[in-house]
Write a new protein. Structure first.
Length: 210
């Protein structure tokens, strides 16, 4: 983890303390409103996922702000025994054992609606780098140790890398995503976040896969 006393850091946070406080207030208010307003949709999705067998919610440990682990929540879109051998696997679009409904959830990111709770709890933000697992972080840091600067931010539900880099199903894409997230760290602002949110909403409403 980056120490506050580290001399001349390679990357600096583009947001000041006041902007980060406003960003957190926005996260709290909008995630709470989303949980209330979208509760009928979430109940419907939960019922459909339950009909496919297995648990409704998929829980997985990720590494977040300041290098702290947290449990990310998703609607389950994979079979319950995915990664049965215990070795973490990169998720890919179009898993052969997915139902059409689960595939629809994944393609349109509706499986991530439970992460509104992660945002409300302070584990995540609406905009920020996607959280990763320690297993893959260790591999990334072997090739680019600058990943530790990611810990300066809360992980996000969406990001510029999510929009423009797509699914990170290879290590090469992970490294591209890292550089995009580091660029975001240096340039981020409330206006930048709003632009990312609007672009994400536009893509989802237009049915574009991201």
């Amino acid at each position: 983890m980056i120490q506050a006393t580290s001399p001349e850091p390679r990357y600096r946070d583009g947001m000041n303390a006041a902007e980060r406080a406003v960003k957190r207030l926005f996260d709290i208010l909008v995630s709470l409103a989303g949980l209330v307003l979208l509760s009928p949709l979430m109940l419907y999705i939960a019922a459909r996922v339950r009909c496919s067998g297995g648990p409704v919610i998929y829980r997985q440990e990720r590494i977040g702000h300041r290098g702290r682990p947290f449990t990310i929540l998703k609607f389950r879109t994979m079979r319950p025994d995915h990664e049965h051998d215990g070795v973490p696997q990169l998720a890919v679009q179009g898993e052969p054992d997915q139902t059409d409904f689960q595939r629809f959830l994944r393609e349109h990111h509706l499986d991530e609606l439970p992460q509104l709770w992660n945002i409300l709890a302070g584990d995540m933000s609406f905009v920020g780098p996607r959280p990763e697992r320690r297993y893959f972080i260790d591999q990334i840091m072997e090739r680019n140790p600058d990943y530790e600067y990611i810990y300066l931010m809360r992980p996000g539900l969406t990001s510029a890398a999510t929009i423009y880099n797509g699914y990170t199903d290879t290590m090469e894409k992970m490294l591209v995503r890292l550089q995009m997230d580091l660029n975001y760290l240096q340039r981020r602002s409330l206006i930048t976040d709003m632009g990312i949110l609007l672009t994400t909403a536009k893509y989802i409403l237009n049915g574009k896969k991201i």
